[in-house]
Design a protein. Sequence first.
Length: 180
Amino acid sequence: MDHPFDAVGGLLNPGSLVGTVVLGALVFALASVVAVLIRRGARRVERHLTDVTALGFVSAFAQLLTYLFGFVLYAHLIPELHALGTALLTGVSVISVVVGVAAQSTLGNLVAGFSLVLTGTIRVGDMIHLGSSVGSISARVQLISLGHTVLLDDENREVVVPNSVIMGSAITRIGRAPDS
């Protein structure tokens, strides 16, 4: 059975080593171009936003999905990778359960980070009073990342707080970040 890519002189034939390498390079190049376009689009939108935290998360996630989609596309183009793909999927399923159990705290911080960013509970620049089981602090929000939030207290000390602690604590907003 002839493959549709055979018309290009075998350079794109996934049954040959050269074709496999060329197809891999093309898929990677295409994914890289899409990732660059996502970054450029995010930079354009960034100029119009006061808080770019959510945009950074969405942009990074979209780029990751682009490369993942490229890998899946490549695995479907190469016949020898079909069986490998099934085996990898099974292995990844088992590994994801093990990693999920081992990294509950980290995953909790990631989910809390998404929640903080998407709900807008606090924003960069907000002045807050955070009361947790460890103690309380009044500080300005410097940075919100997926895993942690950086606060700057009254004595200009940086306080790094895991997002799960912030989401599980009482927050009093003393002042909202100025809108631009």
